[in-house]
Design a binder for this molecule. Sequence first.
Ligand code: PEP
Ligand code: MN
Length: 339
Amino acid sequence: MIIVLRENTDKGKLENLTNWLTSQGLKLHFSEGLHSTILGLVGDTTAIDIDLLKALDIVEDVKRIQEPYKNANRKFHPADTVIEVGGVKIGGGTFQIIAGPCSIETQEQITSVAQSVKDAGASILRGGAFKPRTSPYSFQGLGAQGLDLLIAAKEKTGMPVVTEIMNLERLPLFDKVDIIQVGARNMQNFDLLKELGKTRKPILLKRGLANTLEEFIMSAEYIMAGGNEQVILCERGIRTFETATRNTLDLSAIPVLKKMTHLPVFVDPSHATGVASLVAPMALAATAAGADGLMIEVHNDPPHAWCDGAQSLTPQAFADLVKAVQGIRPFAYSYQKEA
Ligand code: PEP
Ligand code: MN
């Protein structure tokens, strides 16, 4: 349920209202907009009398929220959420590109890719240390040592970094990591989501291989219910009957998610297509459809990458793509302009 408050509400009356609502076992969520303040109620509101609330002179309107997600709901928080990491703003009309290799291999590799993607216009560095691989015989990532190499590249280039967590027990190792990634395969690892909800680090949550958008947002809701409201959603392709691409990029997820939630929406065309030559067209399409940013795999020597070489761009191809993306940005769909 949301309560739209009138402008310049009397502080005493508002306090009486919030005290009463809290005494009913509800959690309150304030969202200050340009013209009105929205008070979101989380919990069981079935016993709350809407007409009684509407009769209060500090209340403009009261609406029930049908959707199961509350904190992530655009109705709770009409303005875009803006997340800041290391001086980089994500969401709210900004556009950020996360780039880097699938996995961290050596200090030279991660530092050289970091420097080239930074020079080309990326603002956040990616690199996997704990890799969720389909085969147990494939390279599993450098683990804790990989994180050290990533942090060294961060210190060298000044770029904030994002890397994936697979196991809760590793959380203490992520201290210097700016954004923690939850991969597609862990989107519904609810214990992991709950624990990340207790942290105050931004979380990049990837859509599960076969999950609906509502399930995707419910996973964000798990993190937010713990008090961590800094969630970035990332569409990375879903399973369909098509085999020409690694997954099928769901472009419509972008405007749909922007309407359903206030969270930033990113797109990963690398894992969506699995083919380097398809990354640019899909990145441009995602930009045009209103994504808040992109995540792109880039490798200094794709044919010899330890993981996902076929979908990795060379630093030069990435630099060309960034220029093309910048050309499209002024014409991109904007939910806020539309709304
Ligand atoms: C990744 O970004 O490194 C990754 C493994 O992606 P996904 O979880 O989307 O497959
Ligand atoms: Mn990869």
